[in-house]
Design a protein around this ligand. Structure first.
Ligand code: SAM
Length: 242
């Protein structure tokens, strides 16, 4: 999978992509990620990327020209991307379902804003979609881009070693994940649920399924309406409500 990121802080993005499963996938070539410095696509002596807003008001706005030049260079060097994503609090809320969809796109470009944001013509002419990572405002699009890349990358086959761990993750089946435990079997008077030490795989599976259902019902009942439940799970929910 190819990913290009356009930012004025490439070191920040590269640092966030250097460790863990994403870092390893980058090293092995499974993920081909290039982080571009927007200032490299300016034409003036001082590499200016922002200007005052038309109409007045506070802050600065990112100029359109460097983004157009950067995307042109990416197209020429790496081909036409399948999606050009503008990171923005005004975008569509990012979800696990969105991550799954993007994991099926072979080449993504992510545009990171700063200051008051990016000149609107970049959204109109270059972006194919606009993504928000939540209803809060960050100082730049770099952390949101890292969030999207991490969530998408771990769904690319081979990036996460044990594929099963991705399948059990929260949201994958529309439910929250079950609780996890490791050694010691008892810690500060808190024992691990007995069944997990029993070696009975069918019982353990059942416990985990029910724990995931219970947790989802308690914390995110809204997810149950669209979760992919089997007959046993639906029966468990019915019983738990009565
Ligand atoms: N004036 C903008 C607004 O109110 O929508 C906020 C600009 S913010 C300070 C600068 C940049 O950070 C944005 O252009 C965007 O790239 C990024 N950003 C901030 N919060 C974000 C979020 N929740 N999701 C995605 N990107 C975000």
């Amino acid at each position: 999978m190819k990913i290009d990121v356009i930012t004025i802080f490439p070191a920040m993005v590269d640092a966030g992509l250097a460790e863990g499963v994403v870092g390893r996938a980058r090293t092995s070539g499974l993920l081909d990620i290039v982080v571009h410095n927007l200032r490299d696509f300016t034409t003036d002596k001082h590499h200016v990327v922002d200007d005052v807003p038309f109409g007045g008001g506070p802050g600065m706005v990112m100029k359109p020209e460097p983004f157009f030049a950067a995307l042109g260079a990416i197209r020429a060097a790496r081909g036409t991307p399948g999606a050009v994503i503008l990171m923005s609090p005004a975008g569509e809320r990012f979800t696990q379902q969105g991550a799954r969809r993007l994991a099926g796109v072979a080449h993504l470009v992510l545009l990171c804003g700063r200051y008051e944001g990016i000149d609107e013509r970049v959204r109109e002419a270059l972006a194919t979609e606009e993504i928000s990572i939540g209803d809060y405002v960050l100082s730049g699009g770099e952390v949101p881009a890292l969030v999207v890349i991490d969530a998408v990358a771990r769904l690319v086959p081979g990036v996460v070693g044990d594929e099963q761990s991705v399948e059990a993750d929260s949201f994958t089946r529309g439910l929250l994940d079950y609780p996890h435990y490791t050694r010691p079997a008892e810690y500060e008077g808190r024992p691990v649920p007995e069944v997990l030490l029993s070696g009975h795989h069918a019982e353990i599976r059942r416990w985990r399924r029910e724990a995931a259902l219970q947790r989802t019902q308690e914390r995110r009942p809204d997810l149950l309406a669209t979760a992919a439940l089997d007959a046993d799970e639906r029966e468990w929910l019915k019983r738990s409500k009565s």
